[in-house]
Design a protein around this ligand. Structure first.
Ligand SMILES: NC(=O)c1ccc[n+]([C@@H]2O[C@H](COP(=O)([O-])OP(=O)(O)OC[C@H]3O[C@@H](n4cnc5c(N)ncnc54)[C@H](OP(=O)(O)O)[C@@H]3O)[C@@H](O)[C@H]2O)c1
Length: 302
């Protein structure tokens, strides 16, 4: 393959798709966690702007939106419904269950099978839809949350399978899982996607990403830009990312997203933003061409 053709193919990523449950979605979607107020709590500072971001996303071809009932809580789902219902036929809405918010905004486990079911049903009601394209079972093993978070995966998946059999979800996903949990899960049922933290500057999850690629499972990295949480490093602030972006005449965020897209065809992006300018910029990351030298330099970051 000539370098020119190689580049041409890489440029077309926004038209590239990957299987997600019962459909194919574009490689770059949208994460709705930045729509509520600070700390993912309460209404947006500018609700009309939040609605515009969602409508612009769909207008620009986004066909995969990631959300959760506990974003706000209730805020992201309500905004999605207000902005986009009745939904375009090709729009995949993916949610996640396994947590709720307490009255101070803390993240509390809601991991029992009954809680998972109640959360899926609440998502269906708030989004006003009969079926979600996928629902990620969001495990909370990594936190010191006590016995409420310690529900066997097998019991949880049995409930998720019932929800799928009832037609309430088209596919089952997992979030924040180890490679061992993923292997255990696929022995029990089909898993259509995995949503774990991964970015140019945080590659702890490389083994799960590779496992998914091998198994043909969509891998959906969260915190692809380093998140909005102030204590986490930001992809766009890394000096090498900034230098390569300046050389290419693109933004550092676009370099970070383009690097993720190049990890493999099963990587689906859901960068989160409350800004139309950032949304447009993120979607154009599919046009960024990283040379072999750029890739090698970025690979060496960590
Ligand atoms: N499964 C899980 O447990 C889990 C956990 C976290 C997130 N998620 C999902 O993953 C999605 C992505 O993660 P995330 O939203 O937490 O973090 P992220 O996408 O890594 O980063 C979001 C932050 O980056 C900023 N940003 C976005 N685009 C930008 C750009 N082009 N230039 C400069 N800054 C930019 C946003 O600010 P602005 O609003 O100002 O653009 C926001 O502060 C979420 O929206 C959510 O749907 C899932």
């Amino acid at each position: 393959m000539t370098i020119e053709r190689d580049h041409q193919e890489k440029r077309n990523t926004m038209t590239d798709t990957y299987r997600l449950a019962n459909r194919s979605v574009r490689r770059i979607g949208y994460g709705a966690m930045q729509l509520p107020g600070p700390g993912v709590l309460g209404p947006p500072r500018d609700p009309a702007q939040a609605l515009r971001v969602l409508r612009r996303a769909v207008e620009l071809g986004v066909d995969h939106i990631d959300t959760a009932q506990f974003y706000g809580p209730d805020v992201s789902n309500t905004l999605i419904r207000e902005a986009l219902h009745p939904y375009p036929d090709d729009l995949a809405i993916v949610s996640k269950v396994g947590a709720r918010r307490d009255d101070k905004g803390g993240w509390v486990p809601a991991q029992t099978p009954a809680e998972l079911r109640a959360d899926v049903e609440q998502n269906l009601r708030s989004l006003r839809t009969e079926r979600l394209t996928a629902v990620n079972l969001r495990r909370l093993d990594d936190r010191n949350l006590g016995p409420d978070a310690q529900v066997p995966l097998e019991e949880q998946l049995a409930e998720m399978v019932s929800l799928r059999d009832e037609g309430k979800i088209a596919g089952i996903g997992l979030s924040t899982v180890s490679v061992h949990q993923l292997a255990e899960a696929v022995r029990i049922t089909e898993i259509v996607c995995v949503q774990n933290p991964f970015s140019l500057i945080d590659r702890h999850d490389t083994e799960v990403l590779e496992w998914c690629a091998e198994a043909g499972i969509a891998y959906v990295p969260y915190f692809p830009l380093g998140s909005a949480f102030p204590d986490r490093p930001k992809v766009a602030e890394h000096p090498i990312v900034r230098r390569i972006a300046a050389r290419l005449g693109v933004t550092p965020s676009q370099v970070g997203l383009a690097w993720l897209l190049a990890r493999g065809p099963n990587v689906l992006l859901i960068p989160g933003t409350s800004s139309i300018a950032h949304l447009e910029e993120n979607l154009r990351a599919s046009e960024v061409v990283l040379s072999a030298e750029d890739q090698a330099e970025l690979d060496r970051i960590c």
